[in-house]
Design a protein around this ligand. Structure first.
Ligand code: ADP
Ligand code: MG
Length: 397
């Protein structure tokens, strides 16, 4: 553990950053941190994980093993996280030994969709109509006003997991039993024109910067494609930025935080927030002066925040495990489009709906970027690509 500065808030290169969680977000944060001269230790229940493979040290431990958490915290200069559902008890133990950014003030709210919605309501930030329910009877009562709606577990949901779309009364019982939860939130189904997100960064002095909004398209409630510029008018984008600033201030967040929005009938509504680097910000690696991952490092280490300026229109397409169905994806086929950047996280099993990697491209226009990244992804699994691959293999034989 190195103390480099008289300024208590400043954690300088050469120090060690600890990360709770070891997936792709941790991996990309670790890479950014190491480029800047930091050491990285990751802590999670996984072994040989995406982040663990690039970290200086991978610690396999359960978040409820507070002795292991304490040992991890003692060996690092700051703890951050890529997984927002780290139990609060673990954060509290870590905070006794080192700085934890973002801390319990943020996580205690964002770990529960009900508390998150309550915060928005308290701040008079527009969100959808909702009701927290704790039994089938309560769900039935709430449904009167909120069908068609979407039932979500208040905790632990991600990538559309823990959600059930209730189209009519006949879905209610199945919805409640399928979620297997003691508490859920029923939200009205918003008929939005599109979705977008804004990633903000806030440091210990309360300084705030925001990235330009990113447009997001989901498929089966999982992010599919993101692109930027978003096409939002500057007033709407500024209004969204103010909301992110307000939320981060209220939560005293140190680090980056993403707010997901719906755009419906000329209005913006907050969908949800995530106090960590976000899938919709992956394109900042190629397209922006400072990536969201470098920004996270800067914010949690007390360094000045980096420019969020965008250098080029860009688009990103997620690669779910589905891309592997049938055969190994045709990487050479997609990369034959020379502007395509491949990111693979190094996860073992390419299960259906599991985020395995993504493609990014820059282009002269956002339309071109979107078209190109989707075309490249299709090449990974298209029959034409498979044929091409086979004929190359035959030529080599
Ligand atoms: P997750 O944590 O899985 O990302 P979200 O609440 O963001 O959960 O839901 C995933 C996606 O499902 C959203 O991006 C959106 O496309 C859709 N969705 C969620 N809530 C609503 C809603 N109330 N109305 C309409 N669509 C919704
Ligand atoms: Mg979401």
């Amino acid at each position: 553990m190195s103390k480099n500065s008289a300024n208590e808030n400043l954690i300088l290169p050469g120090s060690t950053i600890g990360i709770f969680g070891s997936g792709q977000l941790g991996k990309m944060t670790a890479i950014a941190a190491q480029r800047m001269g930091y050491h990285v230790h990751v802590f999670s229940p996984a072994h040989d994980s995406p982040a663990g493979r690039v970290a200086n040290l991978e610690i396999q431990g359960d978040y409820t093993d507070l002795d292991a958490v304490e040992k991890f915290a003692k060996q690092v200069d700051v703890v951050t996280l890529e997984f927002e559902n780290v139990p609060l008890a673990a954060l509290e133990v870590a905070a006794r030994h080192t700085r934890v950014n973002p801390g319990a003030s943020t996580l205690s709210k964002t770990q529960n969709r009900g508390l998150e919605k309550q915060l928005l309501t308290d701040l008079a930030i527009p969100t959808c109509k909702y009701c927290v329910v704790r039994s089938l009877e309560e769900l039935k009562a709430a449904s009167a006003d909120l069908i068609p709606g979407i039932l979500k577990t208040t905790t632990d949901g991600y990538d559309g997991k823990g959600q059930f779309v209730i189209r009519s009364e006949s879905d209610i019982e199945e919805a409640w039993s399928s979620l297997q939860t003691e508490e859920a939130i029923l939200e009205e189904l918003i008929d939005f024109q599109f979705e977008f997100s804004v990633i903000g960064a806030r440091n210990a002095d309360g300084l705030f910067v925001a990235y330009p909004a990113v447009r997001n398209e989901h498929s089966n409630q999982i992010l599919d494609v993101s692109f930027s510029p978003s096409g939002l008018d500057s007033e709407t984008n500024a209004a969204a930025n103010r909301i992110v600033d307000q939320v981060m201030n209220a939560l005293e967040t140190i680090g980056v935080l993403c707010v997901e929005f719906f755009y419906a009938n000329g209005k913006i509504l907050v969908n949800e927030m995530a106090p960590r680097p976000h899938n919709s910000g992956h394109l900042t690696i190629e397209a922006h002066v400072t990536s969201q991952f470098e920004q996270q490092v800067r914010a949690v280490c007390g360094l000045p925040l980096g420019s969020t300026a965008q250098n080029s229109p860009a688009a990103m397409a997620n690669l779910l495990g589905n891309v592997w169905e049938g055969a190994e994806p045709n990487w050479a086929g997609a990369l034959a489009i020379s502007e395509i950047k491949l990111h693979l996280y190094g996860k073992g099993v390419p299960a259906v709906n599991r985020k395995m990697g993504h493609l990014t491209t820059l282009a002269g226009s956002v339309e071109e970027a979107r078209e190109r990244v989707v075309a490249a992804r299709e090449l990974l699994s298209s029959p034409a690509a498979a044929e091409l691959r086979e004929s190359h293999a035959a030529e080599r034989a």
